[in-house]
Design a protein around this ligand. Structure first.
Ligand code: A2P
Length: 340
């Protein structure tokens, strides 16, 4: 009989946590006990997913003893405070926050790109899940990098509000409603109105003038794919609920044709789907392709007319699924397949 595992989700009432529950069920993950944990305010709350009811418990005071895998998605402060409590009980932590990502001995995993690095978790008991915007970009470009080395990436992102959690989804809904009813717009999550606007800031500003979200793309690309790749990102929040879009401009070490890139991606069998043609609408869009999908969609592939070895592409994926919950569950699936 197949072994079953005790799983805890920390941040289970949040946008990512709820998706984690849904994807565990969608994929028939072999679960013995499922513990849903959140803050005191959610104690006893019932969560219904696919017709099944679950009760939320409080993280503070929770006994991790006997839990095989804990998936943290309740913010960096919560991971900082509680992840080590879990590992002390021999629970493996898959952390979806940025807290552990840049630490040397913590593997940062995108299963399609660097699955074998998972084994490093044995040093600390922790595996980090990368940032959503990095995940979809690297899934799309890794098959190309395998054939012709990428030297530099210029990328602009168009990121959905769900990346900032349920409060941000509510903020956009309320602002749209207020806007069409001629009422004042209230912003609590973002520094400016997000309805009918485009905000060139995600996360806090760093000393070099980039935002932390931008630096995450730099640091994580180097850690996961290749430390020699230079990345120049601009990350932007747009009034979209689900699905990040990215205009990715690659500079490669030698010439590769757009057709060759299309061939590589259509044969790669690594979670990439091409929606690419030079006709109206034949490209992926957040609200269309990726609503219920775990895949990464690529279109607008073309040769850069301004430089010799450049390729441009448009990359779209559901930030809550492949950018967060699904990637974590793929990691959990690898753990139970090869390590537990
Ligand atoms: P709660 O709903 O009880 O506040 P989102 O990313 O959608 O904003 O969700 C954040 C998630 O993190 C929620 O599930 C939230 O629970 C959880 N969370 C926030 N702070 C804590 C905390 N101190 N302890 C446990 N869970 C927390």
């Amino acid at each position: 009989m197949q072994k079953k595992y005790n799983i805890a989700i920390i941040g289970a009432t949040g946008a990512v946590g709820q998706m984690m529950i849904q994807i565990l069920l969608e994929r028939n993950f072999p679960i013995n006990n499922l513990y849903l944990l959140a803050s005191e305010k959610s104690d006893g709350k019932k969560i219904s997913v696919n017709g099944k009811d679950f009760t939320v418990e409080v993280l503070d005071g929770f006994d991790f003893n006997g839990v095989d895998i804990a998936m943290f998605s309740a913010g960096a402060d919560v991971s900082k405070k509680y992840a080590n409590l879990a590992t002390k009980n021999n629970t493996i932590v898959i952390d979806n926050t940025s807290f552990f990502r840049y630490k040397k001995n913590i593997p940062l995993i995108i299963p399609e790109v660097n699955a074998s690095a998972i084994s490093e978790y044995k040093q600390t008991g922790i595996i980090a899940n990368p940032n959503c915007s990095t995940i979809q970009m690297l899934v799309a470009i890794n098959p190309i990098h395998d054939v012709v080395k990428i030297r530099r990436i210029n990328v602009c992102t168009y990121q959905a509000v769900s990346g900032s959690g349920n409060l941000a989804i509510d903020e956009l809904k309320k602002q749209v409603h207020a806007y069409v009813n001629n009422e004042p717009l209230i912003s609590n999550v973002y520094p400016k109105q997000i309805a009918f606007n485009v905000i060139p800031q995600i996360d806090k500003f760093m000393d070099n003038g980039y935002t932390k979200e931008e630096m995450k793309m730099v640091w994580e690309t180097k850690k996961i794919l290749d430390e020699n790749i230079e990345v120049n990102p601009t990350t932007v929040r747009v009034p979209v609920f689900y699905g990040h879009s990215e205009a990715v401009h690659l500079e490669l070490e030698k010439k590769i044709s757009a057709q060759k890139v299309k061939d590589i991606l259509s044969n790669s069998n690594s979670g990439v789907i091409l929606v690419d043609g030079y006709e109206d609408g034949n490209y992926p869009c957040a609200a269309n392709e990726c609503e219920d999908s775990n895949d990464v969609y690529v279109g607008r592939i073309r040769e850069d007319i301004s430089t010799k070895f450049g390729i441009n592409m448009w990359v779209v994926s559901n930030n809550i699924r492949k950018g967060a919950a699904y990637n974590s569950i793929q990691i959990a699936e690898l753990l139970i397949k090869d390590y537990l």
